[in-house]
Design a protein around this ligand. Structure first.
Ligand code: FAD
Length: 386
């Protein structure tokens, strides 16, 4: 570790926290700074659309570590300040308060931010969901709402619709696709997700887009492609996320739908990336990937830290994801390329307990379990490397 005395990690969440802790665990003893733009101790996001929205967890329960853990590991926390620029040649990061921090090694873990509609976000009652503040504002809105429209039936939208419906609200879920998540998991799984929601009383409007949000100060209605107006006093816009790389523009770092990295999570000399923001070459699947899943943030944080310390091991995980909606726990390993065959291999969707396999040219590349944790863990071993 000669010449490695100052490490800076930008982004104080799942990937950033894992990175700094792995560095210490693997024996790095130099200066270690974790920079985060949120004015809060690092916390976990998956509970925000589940337990925090449902009101079963206080936000404090989402903290990744108690506040004392950072000082105990000699990690300097700089919270409430965004990194605003990177000088690659001079090895310096600039912060929003004007401070410059020099580094020998830099890990970028700035994650993603929600995409927004090109209209309507100035209206009260229109929400996105990424931060603990977003979750509390949305919960507060739900507690006073009667009609909720969720725009986007991806993972986040379906989870939030389930949470709002469980609170007893009138919920409409709108998506331009014919079935929720059909582009990810194929029609049969998507149909089961659609059935789950409609059986529980969510009004599912698929095959239609949103063209406007109406209201005077506060939202009152959502306009659909065909001109229909849906009454709404809360609207959640859940139309995906984009990697946070604007602060790196012009730095010379390769950026293309994320920070582009090699198979070891290295982006440039002394610079690495991890978590939702990193797009790296996964040699197991022979493809560039950017994975917006919680498990990947941990695994890639570990991998980036080890590369920084001199290891040259490729990061070649089988991606893992889970989502909880009503009484369904859906878990998926591997990849689900567009157009691949997805067939039910165990159980049946009608019984709401099954495992489906996703195959490309006869090789299993992904497995999905629906309330079938044991079987899906076994079947993940069928995923064949390229
Ligand atoms: C509501 C919600 C529910 C989810 N549920 C699931 C789930 O059920 N299962 C699952 O697998 N995954 C889930 N995810 C995804 C999972 O939470 C993410 O994959 C994970 O948070 C990624 O961690 P990260 O550290 O890479 O990025 P992030 O969690 O996005 O953290 C990045 C951090 O960097 C900060 N930052 C950004 N720019 C700067 C800057 N310039 N300077 C300083 N700091 C900066 C951000 O504010 C943020 O704190 C969910 C996500 C959300 C939002």
């Amino acid at each position: 570790m000669a010449g490695l005395d100052r490490v800076v990690v930008v982004g104080a969440s799942a990937a950033g926290v894992t990175t700094v802790e792995t560095l210490r665990r693997e024996g790095y003893t130099g200066a270690l700074t974790l920079v985060g733009d949120e004015n809060a101790l690092p916390y976990d996001r998956p509970p925000l659309s589940k337990q925090v929205l449902a009101g079963t967890w206080e936000p404090a329960r989402t903290l990744l570590r108690p506040g004392s853990a950072y000082a105990e590991q000699d990690i300097t926390l700089k919270l409430g300040h965004a990194a605003t620029g990177l000088d690659l040649a001079g090895r310096r990061v600039t912060l929003s308060n004007g401070e410059e921090i020099g580094y020998d090694g830099l890990v970028i873990a700035t994650g993603t931010r929600p995409r927004r509609l090109p209209f309507g976000h100035h209206l009260a009652g229109v929400h996105v969901l990424r931060t603990v503040g977003d979750a509390l504002a949305l919960r507060d809105g739900l507690l006073r709402a009667t009609s909720v429209v969720v725009v986007g039936a991806g993972f986040l939208g379906t989870e939030a619709a389930a949470a709002a419906r469980t609170l007893g609200l009138d919920v409409t879920l709108v998506d331009p696709l014919p079935l929720p998540l059909a582009h990810v998991f194929g029609d049969e799984v998507a149909k089961t997700i659609a059935d789950l929601h409609t059986e529980r009383g969510v009004r599912l409007l698929t095959g239609t887009g949103v063209t406007g949000l109406h209201g005077d100060g506060a939202v009152t209605a959502v306009e659909l492609t065909d001109g229909t107006l849906l009454a709404a006093d809360v609207v959640l816009v859940a139309i995906g996320a984009e990697p946070v790389t604007d602060w790196l523009a012009g730095s010379g770092l390769p950026l293309d739908d994320g920070v582009l990295c090699d198979a070891t999570c290295q982006a440039a000399e002394g610079v690495y990336a991890a978590g939702d923001v990193a797009r790296w070459f996964n040699p197991r699947f022979g493809a560039l990937m950017r994975v917006e899943h919680r498990m990947n943030a941990t695994e890639q944080g570990m991998a980036a830290a080890r590369t920084l310390l001199g290891a040259r091991t490729p990061f070649a995980p089988v991606p893992y994801f889970w989502t909880d909606q009503f009484d369904a726990k859906i878990q998926a390993y591997g990849v689900f390329p567009a157009g691949a065959d997805v067939v039910v291999a165990h159980g049946s969707p009608a019984d709401r307990r099954f495992v489906a396999h996703c195959s490309v040219r006869g090789r299993v590349v992904g497995v999905l379990g629906w309330n079938a944790a044991k079987q899906v863990r076994q079947d993940r071993l069928l995923i064949t490397p390229v």
